[in-house]
Write a new protein. Structure first.
Length: 85
């Protein structure tokens, strides 16, 4: 059986701008989404694995604040670091 991913979340305070680009990259391809924001609100983005014919890839989706808080309450916050690139 393969190794499972750790149950963690990332937290980031964003600049007060009307939209932000959220991105992730997998072996298959880069992936990004535009998140429209308003000051004072909390936003949650879930990363998931998309199935492919030969290789899976990463996907992103926005989730409601209620769902995001419910899920994050069960997770540990990731430590910030630098990407290998």
């Amino acid at each position: 059986m393969g190794e499972t991913a750790p149950n963690i979340f990332f937290y980031e305070e964003l600049e007060n701008k009307p939209q932000h680009i959220i991105s992730t990259e997998s072996e298959f391809s880069p992936n990004e989404m535009t998140l429209k924001t308003e000051a004072g609100n909390s936003y949650f983005v879930r990363q998931y694995i998309k199935l492919g014919v030969f290789v899976g890839g990463a996907g992103l989706e926005s989730v409601s604040e209620d769902e995001g808080k419910r899920i994050v309450a069960k997770l540990k916050m990731a430590l910030k670091g630098n990407c290998s690139k």
